[in-house]
Design a protein around this ligand. Sequence first.
Ligand SMILES: Nc1ncnc2c1ncn2[C@@H]1O[C@H](COP(=O)(O)OP(=O)(O)OP(=O)(O)O)[C@@H](O)[C@H]1O
Ligand SMILES: Cc1ncc(C[n+]2csc(CCOP(=O)(O)O)c2C)c(N)n1
Ligand SMILES: [Mg+2]
Length: 343
Amino acid sequence: MDISAFGEFELVARLTAGLAVSTAGDIGVGDDCALLDLGRGDLLLATCDSQVEGVHFSLGSSPSEHIGRKALAINLSDIAAMGGTPRYALISLLLPSHLSIEVLDGIYAGLRAQAQRFDTAIVGGNISSTGGSPQLVIDITLLGTVERGHALLRSGAHAGDLICVTGSLGDSAAGLQTFLHTTTDVSPQDLQTLRERHTAPEPRVREGQLLGALGGGKVTAMLDISDGLSGDLTHLCERSGCGARVDLAAIPLSAPLLRVARSLQHDPLDWALHGGEDYELLFTLRPSALDEVRSAIQQQSGTPLTVIGEIQPPTAGLTLSHPDGHTEPLHPHSWDHLNHPSP
Ligand SMILES: Nc1ncnc2c1ncn2[C@@H]1O[C@H](COP(=O)(O)OP(=O)(O)OP(=O)(O)O)[C@@H](O)[C@H]1O
Ligand SMILES: Cc1ncc(C[n+]2csc(CCOP(=O)(O)O)c2C)c(N)n1
Ligand SMILES: [Mg+2]
């Protein structure tokens, strides 16, 4: 049997069954980062994520600097999703022999600039050839810290909590589609905005720290949207043991996304629900904390926050509520590395 018989998350469960961590409060597999207690001071956060040519980017579409910038951004986003502060990065490069030095210099310029923006030190890495395979791989390990009591896990949501997202959803998926299909009547500014949301996403590090500092009595659970809202909300609900209702009309969609969706005759909500690579934060909060949380995020980061639904009891499952009042089950159709439709 080959691995295509498994889904990505089924495979992770199979490979990680029974793995233990050393201290009772530690978290190993299952959240955006491992959360490790070294005994005093802040807790340690550890995560790794890769960008693979042909899977996550193509050299023809992304400027080299953006490839480096995004490779670090997706890791910074996992630290953000725990409410943490990024500290140290290790960069592992798997290089095909045909790669030009100009492209590699560009990727590293993007990596260095991104590290500097987020006060993160590149402290090591590794270089290997791909052994004849033509695809470039950038794999990053990122370490961060989080103050005791500030870490936000996927597991803290309760029925009645509001479901919120930062920013808007679907732009990255729309940007990717503009590389793959010809658009008509779309302005160069819209194209650039959406393509940059895809090739150079902004990790919500400041927003994550603000949410973590508000404390678990107000913000109850968090993760970042990498696979897509439907799949990542499913992860949050599985870890929290709850259901969820998403209000379709509340999902924040940008104006450029709506214009490109019209041009490509695609449902914009499909990109927002299932497209992935948004790198926005998806979090839950107690309804009484909404005003305080909204003003903290909007005033101190400038990023909008939108309530998109409500956590439900586990028996309710995941549902999508339409503006006319009817509901349907919300199935996770988002990215699965071992079983995904072509983009
Ligand atoms: N090969 C593996 N061995 C051990 N643990 C793994 C492995 N792959 C994934 N995990 C763990 O499974 C959990 C889910 O991994 P996943 O990569 O889906 O994280 P994510 O934050 O949801 O997505 P992304 O990596 O896109 O940010 C994480 O806790 C991760 O550390
Ligand atoms: C060329 C090309 N084709 C498809 C996609 C879409 N894509 C790739 S991985 C992923 C989920 C997040 O990855 P991970 O789970 O590894 O963090 C998505 C939505 C792309 N970016 N580039
Ligand atoms: Mg994540």
